[in-house]
Each structure stands twice: as structure tokens, then as C-alpha cells.
Design a protein around this ligand. Structure first.
Ligand code: UDP
Ligand code: MN
Length: 343
């Protein structure tokens, strides 16, 4: 009798176990599917590059990214808006390669990103900081999983690898708070200079009492990421001084990426977390062993493809004549079943 009862329980238990396993699997799948949605990628571009550079991105990772990547440019373009719908922003920034115009675009991106998430939490300085700390303490859902990455228009982004880079950065967040808790502020990039730089003299005059006098910065051309917590803090800090990044770029006399490094490391005390998976064309791209395993890759668009990754060992390489940047070959090797890739 007892045995029969126990036996008759088995199918029930097996069913419950099967349902639980299935729910867990579904949760895991959903988690990995939505993970990349937590990374917002902003591409900085200019009208003159829409055809020559954005076309390549549209053919590759930008289309794959769906709602998580946006383009910030300086002129309307129906081809671009047809391809990306509401993911194109035409800024009021100038079209030149000069410091002020590039800093303007970068500021528009940060301002847009912080405002975008303002509906969930107030963006005043105090609330921004409190929200960030609460997030790390696990009291505020997943606010600290959200990231903004800024990339140039000659950059290939391997989104799953980028996601791993950012997850690792969050996991290995150092204990830099006075209370011994991990810092909620994450700034990730790859320096293109071997050692830290001295503060620009012009900046020293304005902020002479800054406690740190050397800084590092994530090279813009390699892609620079910041989590929502630090984006909010940076934004509140700059707006609180009645300034924009353009003002600060004027004060440092440096481009946008260097100025971001100065503000993060020196004024906010947020150290750069270095990722070796990010690659600008300031480094020798040929020496990367397997480009499919990297988070970002660039090519020297301005210098006629003189610095590109080595596609010889890739599983799906297109001829150089069809793929001078070698980034189509990287994309095909990551997505070998794509219709236009070699079979
Ligand atoms: N850029 C721009 N306006 C310009 C020149 C460049 O917005 O007049 C953007 C460009 O689209 C790219 C970034 O600035 O995203 C870097 O430009 P580029 O790759 O031409 O030069 P680099 O700084 O890498 O030598
Ligand atoms: Mn470039």
C-alpha cells in the first residue's frame, strides 16, 4: 500500500522536476537573450561617412543589434533613417573633426542616454548617486547592468563578447568605497598610451585642487563604455557646474575621449578598467590572433586600409577586393550561415 503510494508519486515528482527544469532553462535563455539589450551602443558619425563607413556597419553588427544600437550624426539622411528607423539622431553639432564638434556629439550621446533612463529614476545628482549605490546593494533591481558604449563609425562590435567584457568588469569591481563595498561606478576602455598622462596645464589652472594629477583614458576609437550609474553621476556633475562636455574639452584642450578620462579619473575618482578585448586602429591590428574573439575592432579608414586585422586564418574570408577592411570576413566567420557570406 505504502509502496504503491510512493510509486504513484514518481510520475508526479518527475513532472514537477521536468517543469522546474524547463522554467529554469527558459529563464536562462531569456536572460542571455535580453542581456545584450542592456548595452546601448552609440555610434558617432558624420554625413561624409554615411556611405563609406555606416554601410559596412549596417551590413554587419548594426543590423544584428536591433534596438540596442543608435547612430548620432550631423545631417539628415533618408537611406540611414530607412534602415534604422528611429535609431538615428541628427545632432545640432558641427560636421568637422575638430575637438568642439566631436565633444558636442559625445555629450549629446551621454545626455540622451541619461535622459532616456530618467523616467525610472530621477537624475538629480543626489538621487543618481544614491540610486547607483542602492543598485550595488541589490536594492534597486538591475540598474547597474545597464551600459552605454560609445564607438566610432569605423568600429566593428562583437556584441556577445562585449557583453562578457562588461559582465566581467562588473564582477571584478574593486572595493574602492570608503565603506569597503564594490564601487558602483564602472568606466571601461583601452588606453592607447603606455603610462598615465599628466593633467593638461590648462586644466590644472581651473581645477588645481584635484587630488590626482595623472590620468588614463579609454581610447575613443577602441570603444568606451560606462555603466548607467557613472553616466548619471558624470552627467549630474557636469550639468551641476552649468557646463557641457564641450566646455570641459575646452578646459582640457583635449579630445572627447581624453577629456572623459580626466573627468572620470581625476574629478569623479572613477578609475579606468582596462579591457584588452577592445581595439582601435592606433594599435597594430594584424597581431590579433583570432579577431572573432575580440569585443571591438577598427580599421584605419582614413589611411586606406593600411591597418586591418589579419583575415588569413579566418574560416570565412572574402577577397581583399570585396572586403578591404577585413571586417566583413570577421563578421562572416562569426555568422557563417549568412546568405551573402562565402560557403
Ligand atoms: N568624425 C566626425 N566628423 C568629422 C570627422 C570624424 O564626426 O569631421 C567622427 C567619425 O565619424 C568617427 C570619429 O569622429 O566616428 C573619428 O574619426 P576618424 O575615424 O575619421 O578619425 P580618427 O580620429 O580615428 O583618426
Ligand atoms: Mn578612425
Amino acid at each position: 500500500m505504502q509502496l504503491g503510494k510512493r510509486l504513484s508519486l514518481f510520475p508526479g515528482i518527475a513532472l514537477v522536476v521536468a517543469v522546474v527544469v524547463q522554467v529554469l532553462l527558459l529563464l536562462a535563455i531569456c536572460r542571455s537573450a535580453t542581456g545584450s539589450q542592456k548595452i546601448t551602443i552609440a555610434v558617432k558619425t558624420s554625413q561624409k561617412n554615411h556611405k563609406s563607413r555606416i554601410a559596412l556597419l549596417l551590413r554587419t553588427w548594426l543590423s544584428e543589434s536591433q534596438s540596442s544600437a543608435y547612430v548620432f550624426t550631423d545631417a539628415e539622411d533618408t537611406v540611414l533613417s530607412d534602415a534604422l528607423d528611429d535609431r538615428v539622431f541628427v545632432t545640432d553639432c558641427g560636421q568637422s573633426h575638430q575637438r568642439a564638434d566631436l565633444c558636442c556629439k559625445t555629450w549629446r550621446i551621454i545626455d540622451w542616454y541619461v535622459t532616456r533612463w530618467a523616467t525610472t529614476t530621477s537624475t538629480t545628482a543626489a538621487t543618481g548617486v544614491q540610486a547607483a549605490e542602492a543598485a550595488v546593494a541589490g536594492q534597486n533591481g538591475d540598474a547597474d547592468d545597464r551600459w552605454l558604449c560609445l564607438v566610432d563609425d569605423d568600429t566593428y562590435v562583437n556584441i556577445p563578447v562585449l557583453q562578457t567584457v562588461l559582465e566581467n568588469a562588473a564582477r571584478t569591481s574593486s572595493t574602492s568605497n570608503s565603506n569597503g563595498k564594490p564601487s558602483p561606478y564602472l568606466y571601461v576602455g583601452k588606453p592607447s598610451v603606455a603610462g598615465k598622462l599628466s593633467l593638461p596645464p590648462m586644466f590644472r589652472m581651473n581645477y588645481g585642487d584635484a587630488p590626482i594629477d595623472k590620468y588614463w583614458f579609454g581610447t575613443g576609437g577602441a570603444g568606451v563604455c560606462m555603466n548607467l550609474a557613472v553616466a548619471r553621476r558624470l552627467h549630474a556633475f557636469i550639468v551641476g557646474m552649468n557646463k557641457t562636455l564641450v566646455t570641459l574639452c575646452g578646459e582640457t584642450g583635449c579630445p572627447d575621449d581624453m577629456t572623459l578620462g580626466v573627468v572620470m579619473e581625476v574629478l569623479l575618482g572613477v578609475p579606468l578598467r582596462v579591457s584588452t578585448k577592445l581595439h582601435s586602429h592606433l594599435e597594430s591590428l594584424r597581431s590579433i590572433g583570432d579577431p572573432t574573439q575580440e569585443a571591438t575592432l577598427s580599421y584605419n579608414a582614413g589611411a586606406k586600409y593600411t591597418n586591418t586585422v589579419n583575415a588569413e586564418r579566418l574560416s570565412k574570408a572574402l577577397p581583399v577586393s570585396e572586403d578591404p577592411s577585413r571586417l566583413l570576413s570577421v563578421h562572416c566567420s562569426i555568422h557563417p550561415t549568412l546568405e551573402w557570406c562565402p560557403h
